[in-house]
Design a protein around this ligand. Structure first.
Ligand SMILES: NC(=O)C1=CN([C@@H]2O[C@H](COP(=O)(O)OP(=O)(O)OC[C@H]3O[C@@H](n4cnc5c(N)ncnc54)[C@H](OP(=O)(O)O)[C@@H]3O)[C@@H](O)[C@H]2O)[C@@H](O)CC1
Ligand SMILES: [K+]
Length: 460
């Protein structure tokens, strides 16, 4: 499991650890990790040039100490001090002892890499004009961010004005929430975690990794039969929108549940595309409702909720969902749908997906899966997971139908709604990566790649 913590949690863990260590030891661990990450990024030290952007706090201290390590490895290191009187004194002395140079920004040479040590977890969101001006001098040069891309809100992943856009972020001790949650996570680039020995409490936000998903997936045994593996019922699509039914049944038919039952208005098309589907009402262990259901979606939702089994609620059924609906429901909106459900502008949801997913989970007392580049799964008890698999090509019509069906199959197989939603999002993204091969994809190809994504988890 990849874990992200809040600033308060990191501060408490740092304080506890610092009491047991010699002064400055933690910063040395951080700075060495940072320096070696920069060397890797540069592909070697000699002849390379690095410019440090150094703020007034310990984030700048990390950059200065790392600069000293780099300078001793043959890198030409220059440092711009944004607050010269308050720059980390020992870090600055270390840099100068290694023949690094302090320069005014207009005198700096064009570097191969800019190191962003402007602010870390002590920063307020946004960038001050002097920092912005210093960054703009070499705006085309890749940035390695120290701990966080400066300017983002560490605890929420929200933005408040200008911020650093990093190629990589080297973070210390644990991931910060902003490194997982969009829109800030999109500013972090690839994230490298340097272990500095912190003992941390339960995470504020998690991201499932392949081994977590593998451990959650159902495992058929010799005794298994189709009913014991779970039946997933699908009430999506209509005569007018048969495609939604075909695609959600394709997701539900990923093979992780024992059987798919279709009980909607596009039976002929579903059976033609997926002959293994059983048609008509009957007992199921989870329902999938909403997508392409048009006017009948609300009725399908009501009937499905009456069964008391988990219900995946998508698209047309979302606005008809009672508030609260209860914890057997898994709501799967995209930003526009969540905006309508919460009666807020869509841009507000896009600017703060984690916050809005949590608000909706609390308001509906249900698991909410908010689709996006970084899909958020929020539990009404406050837990949240963020999905990191997938490719931009996955933003395509019908992909959400496949996801709803897949999550339904996992719930029918016995996963808790929170696990079904987050494992479903992970597999959906992994299947999209396989289907894409770096190029465009169709939603049906994502569904077709699901067994391969599952197989990939099982191969040692
Ligand atoms: N603690 C530890 O053991 C370890 C900590 N480590 C490192 O320390 C970092 C935290 O350091 P920190 O607490 O000194 O705060 P930090 O992020 O440098 O920023 C505070 C300074 O920035 C300024 N400032 C604020 N907002 C700003 C803005 N928008 N734009 C511009 N400036 C702004 C603010 O100035 P002021 O508001 O006072 O003018 C203040 O002086 C952490 O992220 C990690 O990198 C590692 O070495 C591992 C061990
Ligand atoms: K930074």
């Amino acid at each position: 499991m990849l874990r992200a913590h809040t600033v308060a949690q990191v501060r408490a863990a740092e304080d506890a650890l610092m009491r047991t260590l010699p002064e400055g030891a933690l910063m040395q661990r951080a700075a060495h990790g940072l320096a070696y990450a920069v060397l890797d990024f540069l592909g070697g030290g000699y002849g390379a040039k690095v410019l440090l952007q150094v703020g007034a706090g310990n984030n700048g201290g990390d950059a200065l100490y790392a600069g000293a390590v780099l300078a001793r490895r043959g890198v030409g290191v220059e440092a711009v001090l944004l607050a010269p009187e308050r720059a980390h004194a020992e870090g600055l002395a270390a840099l100068e002892a290694a023949y690094g140079r302090v320069v005014d920004v207009e005198d700096a040479q064009r570097p191969d890499v800019v190191v962003d040590g402007i602010v870390g977890i002590g920063g307020t969101p946004g960038l001050r004009p002097d920092a912005l001006a210093a960054l703009e001098r070499f705006s085309e040069v890749p940035v390695v961010a120290v701990d966080l891309p400066s300017g983002v809100d560490a605890d929420t992943g929200e933005l408040a004005g200008p911020h650093v856009q990093a190629a990589i972020t080297v973070t210390f001790g644990t991931h910060k929430v902003a490194l997982l949650a969009d829109p800030a996570a999109a500013a972090a680039g690839a994230v490298l975690l340097v272990d500095i020995g912190l003992e941390l409490p339960e995470a504020a936000v998690e991201a499932l990794q392949s081994e977590d998903v593998a451990a959650l997936l159902p495992e058929p045994g010799g005794e298994s039969q189709k009913y014991s593996r779970g039946v997933v019922g699908v009430r999506t699509g209509s005569e007018r929108y048969p495609g939604a039914a075909v695609l959600s049944v394709a997701g539900a038919g990923c093979g992780l549940a024992g059987m798919v039952r279709y009980d909607g208005g596009a039976t002929d098309q579903v059976l033609a595309a997926h002959p293994e589907t059983v048609s008509g009402a009957g007992r199921v262990q989870a329902w999938v409702v909403g997508s392409g259901g048009g006017d009948q979606a609300s009725d399908a939702l009501t009937r499905s909720l009456e069964d008391g089994v988990p219900v995946v609620v998508d698209a047309d059924a979302l606005t008809a969902t009672p508030r609260p609906v209860g914890r057997h429901a898994i709501l799967t909106p995209h930003a526009g749908e969540l905006a309508r459900m919460l009666e807020v502008p869509r841009e507000d949801v896009e600017a703060a997906p984690l916050r809005h997913a949590r608000e909706a989970a609390a308001a509906y007392d249900a698991v909410v899966l908010l689709k996006g580049r970084r899909t958020v799964v929020a539990h009404p008890d406050g837990r949240a997971r963020i999905n990191t698999t997938g490719v931009p090509w996955l933003a395509t019509a019908g992909a959400g139908d496949v996801l709803a069906g897949l999550v339904g199959a996992l719930a029918a197989a016995g996963l808790e709604p929170f696990d079904a939603a987050s494992a479903g999002a992970w597999l959906h993204g992994a299947a999209a990566t396989l289907a894409s091969h770096g190029g465009p994809l169709r939603a049906s190809a994502v569904a077709a790649a699901l067994p391969q994504a599952v197989r990939g988890l099982r191969t040692p």
